[in-house]
Ligand binder design. Structure first.
Ligand code: ZN
Ligand code: ZN
Length: 576
């Protein structure tokens, strides 16, 4: 992790003699040199050891911290410490840093816990219950903040706990500001793996730091919501990293409508029309965490055949309960691709005899899943699959690459591809504190870029700067200082027709895309998304003041986006 911004903050803080208020604001360090333990390098009188200390920030490098509220008390000890450290051949990275009340005390406590624990004299049952308490407190806070992920990572001998809220990672807002000792964090994630995991889902029987581990943590009640978790640990040089994806799995929760998810009316028409098609493949594309599972859930639960036709899903593992769907868990082994493919094919073969109305097949990622999709469709059924692709234009190249190996001839047979959906999630602006384009000022975060962007929007797109709103850095109390308020889907949806398939069959992917786009009304401010790209959908939401226009840049650049004119449209008519 790049800590430079934090260091800059500290540098300016030192200049203005501001102080560090949270442990997480401290620069990276490897240990506290004055924690009063037997192994401590330097000893301080008990009366001051919670008000002044030295931390080791590198090889023979240190920083002295002092309690800014007890300056008179600690001043003599600062020079005492400095002298001792110089005698030990330490150099100083920066002048002493003043700290808010409790910061140093906390630091010393953490450091002692760490030292005590390595003594191995602690009661293991007590350690377990502490670990549980810590992990559960993270989950409770995460659910309260409606976070999608919990990240626990050991960096430079401290453990950082962060939540992904509205698409961005932020430090856990608990009393310690999301900073723990590596031992505390390791025990907490080990406890979660060993005790809370759903039966049969773990990749390994016991937690171990040296391995990448995966499991599902079974659903339970947290803060009035039913939450399951997908747990993945990734070993690393500095220590472990664990990511827990939170899955809100309340079976009684009402199905979210496409509108609630953020789809446009014209998108909904295409989705509904696809669900009325008796056979074919519907592809949902997007990266991990793009919300495509939630959309699939809406698609299947609002499908007109739900309840009358037999719906099946093949999942590795089952994550969300789906209403009206017979969900079949299947565990694939990453190391045994052939065995996994055979297992998958066997399940599909069974389904073919079970009169499926619709099969949710999970990710199409290898020849086995691709062939299964083809079988389902060719026997007159409906298949829904996800594809890891960026944009609609990435779907066919992905399905036809070496890894999956479908041929363009098969893919472009009429009635194979029914609908292509690409979606992503963008944060919604907090309506209380968003900043109008006209009010954006020099000195605000990212100002240069915002001004450039507003110029481009005016000159290239003929869209006035008054129309746009931007995220306020630091937000307001309404949005808990995030500047954002939840996430919204942005999407592009393509219903293949004969001409589009024809172009794709010949490998004319660019022409196919331009042909799709020629159906758009060319008006950035109209709600009709037919023929429009996800860039245009995001721009439309920006024009409504719902999202920051900078999010468009995830999909295309404002300078290069091809604005189609009538001549371009006319040209696509000549494509064959
Ligand atoms: Zn407000
Ligand atoms: Zn706000």
């Amino acid at each position: 992790m790049n800590r430079d911004p934090a260091l800059n903050v500290l540098a300016t803080q030192a200049d203005k003699s501001l102080k560090v208020e949270k442990l997480s604001e401290l620069p990276a360090f490897s240990r506290v040199l004055t924690d009063g333990s037997a192994g401590a390098l330097l000893k301080l009188p008990a009366a001051v050891e919670k008000h002044v200390c030295a931390i080791e920030t590198g090889v023979k490098r240190a920083i002295i911290l002092y309690d800014a509220e007890k300056v008179a008390l600690v001043r003599p000890f600062i020079s005492h410490l400095r002298g001792k450290l110089i005698a030990e051949k330490f150099t100083f990275e920066r002048p002493e840093i003043g700290c808010g009340g409790g910061v140093i005390e906390h630091l010393i406590e953490n450091s002692r816990t760490k030292t005590d624990n390595t003594d191995g004299e602690e009661d293991p049952a007590l350690a377990q219950s502490k670990a549980k308490e810590i992990f559960e407190s993270w989950v409770a806070l995460a659910v309260q903040e409606r976070a999608t992920d919990i990240h626990v990572q050991v960096v430079n001998n401290i453990a950082e706990v962060k939540l992904r809220v509205d698409g961005e990672l932020e430090f856990l807002r608990d009393q310690q500001g999301g900073v723990y000792t590596p031992l505390q964090a390791e025990r907490a994630v080990a406890w979660a793996y060993n005790n809370a995991s759903g039966k049969g889902s773990n990749s390994n029987s016991q937690f171990s730091v040296g391995e990448n581990l995966y499991c599902m943590i079974a659903a339970r009640e947290v803060g009035g919501k039913r939450v399951a978790m997908r747990y993945q640990s990734i070993r690393g040089w500095a220590g472990i990293k664990v990511v827990c994806r939170l899955l809100y799995v309340d079976i009684d929760a009402p199905t979210l409508s496409y509108e609630q998810l953020g789809y446009a009316l014209s998108h909904m028409k295409q989705l509904k029309s696809a669900s009325n098609t008796p056979s074919g493949t519907i592809i949902f594309a997007g990266v991990t965490g793009s919300g495509k599972t939630t959309t699939l859930k809406t698609f299947i639960e609002t499908h007109p055949g739900n309840g009358t036709d037999a719906f099946y899903s093949i999942e590795d593992p089952v994550e969300y309960p789906l209403r009206g769907v017979h969900q079949i868990p299947i565990q694939r082994d990453l190391l045994d691709r052939k065995g996994s493919a055979a297992k998958y094919a066997e399940v599909v073969a069974g389904l073919m005899r079970a009169d499926p109305g619709c099969v949710l097949m999970g990710e199409i990622r290898d020849p086995a899943t691709a062939i299964s999709a083809q079988q389902i469709v060719e026997t007159g059924h409906m298949a829904c699959g996800t594809v890891h692709a960026h944009l609609i234009s990435g779907i066919v190249p992905r399905l036809t690459n070496e890894e999956i190996g479908m041929s363009r001839d098969v893919l472009t047979n009429p009635n194979i591809l029914t609908l292509l959906v690409y979606q992503a999630l963008v944060p919604k602006l907090c309506p209380h504190c968003k900043i109008g384009g006209r009010l954006y000022q020099q000195g605000m975060s990212d100002a240069e870029h915002v001004f450039e962007l507003l110029d481009t929007l005016e000159n290239r797109f003929q869209l006035e700067r008054d129309l746009f709103y931007f995220k306020k850095q630091g937000g307001c109390p309404h949005c808990k200082h995030r500047g954002t308020a939840g996430l919204s889907v942005v999407a592009e949806i393509l219903t293949p027709d004969r001409k589009w398939l024809n172009l794709i069959r010949q490998g004319k992917d660019y022409e196919a895309m331009m042909y799709y786009r020629s159906k758009s009304d060319g008006n950035f401010r109209s709600e009709n998304m037919d023929g429009k790209t996800v860039f245009e959908h995001t721009l439309y939401k920006a024009l409504l003041g719902e999202v920051d226009p900078r999010h468009c840049e995830r999909f295309d650049s404002f300078d290069r986006f091809e604005i189609m004119n009538d001549a371009d449209r006319a040209e696509t008519a000549c494509y064959t």
